[in-house]
Design a protein around this ligand. Sequence first.
Ligand SMILES: Cc1c2[nH]c(c1CCC(=O)O)Cc1[nH]c(c(CCC(=O)O)c1C)Cc1[nH]c(c(CCC(=O)O)c1C)Cc1[nH]c(c(C)c1CCC(=O)O)C2
Length: 342
Amino acid sequence: MYKNDLFLRAARGESVERPPVWLMRQAGRILPQYRALRASLSGFKELVSTPDLAAEVTVQPVDELGVDAAIIFSDILVIPEALGLDYTMVEKVGPRFPKVIQSSADVEALRPAEDAPNHLGYVYDALDATKRRLENRVPLIGFAGAPWTIFAYMVEGGGSKTFSKARRMLYREPALSHRLLERIAIASAAYLKEKVRHGADLIQLFDSWAGVLPPAHYQEFSLRYIDLICKELDETPVTVFAKDARHAIPAIGALDCQVVQLDWIADVERARSEVRGKVLQGNLDPCQLYAPVDQITAATTRMLDKFGRKHIANLGHGVYPDTPLDGVKAFVNAVKSYRYDR
Ligand SMILES: Cc1c2[nH]c(c1CCC(=O)O)Cc1[nH]c(c(CCC(=O)O)c1C)Cc1[nH]c(c(CCC(=O)O)c1C)Cc1[nH]c(c(C)c1CCC(=O)O)C2
């Protein structure tokens, strides 16, 4: 079905000749084509909500870098927006929610979970347009934030070092917290199923703020809802990324998911022993790509040796926007010239 299906074969745990490679945040400011298009627009949200432009940007890294998968250009924050909580993307600051969730009345005022996915037609249109432009060259990844990370933005109102307002709610209003998390999870599962119907081949769940929760809270307020989404997506492979939550790796390994993404702090050998039979994705330090090209090549090869088979090459978090393009290409090319049977 695809001219290059290495990524999907590897995600299914099949034997492949080399690991596939892509980068989280590959569609973005590292590419001059992206910066040029972005500069001609009113802002990030215009790009996200215009299907043809989102598709163009999604395909740019496939053309420019030769990665083995595309990831749909969008954002995790489209879910709170579809639930009725608008955000603005402030240049050099990040997302801001003018209204936040503080009470039971705020939760009840949101759109019903079942209705939210109907407000995301522009994402499905972007997937359709991307599939046309890709012409079956590589598979397409769909994604969403994990419910806890979305909850954190909806309660906190933006980024935060501690997410103390969001965590406070878990202690003060556990039942209300569960109601909101459940609403996010049900909306996200329906949204992701629709993405699959529009051609997403694999779904990645980003739990970017997993690391602020103590283990017991992670179990109760995050994993439970990731599990719900994985079960809803039964036939589709899922990748779970719980950033900065190394305690959670064994539990994620036990979920109904196929791939576990590791951050750059995670120890590969330890993760291997904790996650049996699953595919691991990651985990080069994004800052490694600021090094000279020969060092990037050597470090990438060392990483691939360490992971061995059942691995999808990636960074340990999204590529930083000011990473030199030559560094990104050195990483991709080092993976593409690697062979397991050397
Ligand atoms: C936490 C989170 C967000 N968004 C996302 C996460 C989870 C991954 C992670 O932990 O980084 C996920 C995301 N956001 C974006 C993608 C696109 C696909 C890809 O290439 O990976 C993906 C997968 C585009 C984007 N999302 C955003 C940009 C930059 C906007 C611009 O071009 O001006 C892009 C390309 C904006 C965004 N979106 C978000 C923040 C905090 C910011 C501001 C910080 C920043 O600028 O990077 C929320």
